[in-house]
Design a protein around this ligand. Sequence first.
Ligand code: NAD
Length: 390
Amino acid sequence: MTEFRYTSYAQEIIFGPGALARLSEAVDRFGWRRLMLCTTGSARRGGRVAQIEAALGARLAATYDRVQPHVPDSQVAEALALAVEREVDAVIGLGGGSPIGMAKALALALEEERAGRPARAASPTDQPLIPVVAIPTTYAGSEMTAVYGVTHHEGGSSRKVTVADPKIAPKLVIYDPELTLDLPPELTASTGVNALAHCIEALYSITRHPLSTAAAIRGVRHIVSALPRCFANGNDLGARSEMLMGAHLAGASLASVAMGLHHGLCHILGGTAGVPHGVANSIILPHAMRFNASATAPQPPTQGWGLQAAEAMGIALNGRSAEAAVEAAAQKVYELVGHMNLPQHLRDAGVKEADRPRLAQLAFQSRTVQNNPKPITDPAQVEALLRAAW
Ligand code: NAD
């Protein structure tokens, strides 16, 4: 790796058990006075909305607590109307990738509404009019990135559109492992595998750089160690803390490099076939790893990623070739997914066999899929993977 280039963002990260108690002080330091909370019903039922209300008092100007998975465009419009009415100056996303994605979409939409012109950043250092605060309660990683997805529904079909803009990288991220203690085993497992997928795709990314690789290797180590313990006992605060640290490192690596086939395909499976994001990740990851076992993108070379991944997973290398290391690592992921009772096949996740060619075609058109280190020149390559994952 002799040349690299990436964008990083000015973000304040607060990590630790009980870190939510520092929200109020941070909000004052940033000078925000009228915040809007975007979250889900489960956060209200779990008492987390009450915690934010108690922390912010009158500074919490609005709450939108019914964000649905994959963020439907109609909900962004609803939330925008509320934000305009309440004269909001910052948006909090509390929960998984969906409410955090909603917060990002809303922040950009509100800036456009207020400024009366397009809000998209002209340079990576442009600052937002409406900043985003992210408080993750899953391991999906959206809190670190300048990307969101919104699902557009039109004429009976739906398509998830991804927007990338430096302005929406959350300015304040609060990681409190205590907020993850009630994350159910299935979501612990599936969003944990999503975090693992960020690290794996960062390792073979065509735009990887020394910091993303370091974060990804360390992320794999923490996730593989902590995820089975979180799954076995959700109340193990030590395991939850280590897993959230792994998710943070995964999110940090995801934020600064191009993802590939795995992420592009999972977005299609979510937006078009309705497969929950973490479940799509769990099924596809071993197959995407095998597909990229022989990735030989010349700049930078990717041949070593399998050895890095396998070693970080605690697999004895014993002189294995890079491709044999990928196979061992992919098998380990497959077994981890099975151990946590997640679906291992697309047919078990509601995907129809007849939809495979259309899904492959859509994936082939995805920019993210086209950033894969092993070139994808024909939709048939994706269809073959979907068949293997069937
Ligand atoms: P999600 O946000 O859709 O949440 C899934 C479910 O988990 C919801 O029902 C929610 O209420 C529940 N939940 C969340 N935290 C909980 C807790 N602590 N206890 C109990 N229930 C809880 O799912 P996700 O997997 O976190 O995120 C997936 C979405 O995020 C997808 O749309 C994906 O595309 C997006 N994503 C975006 C990025 C990015 O960089 N922009 C990164 C990762 C994922």
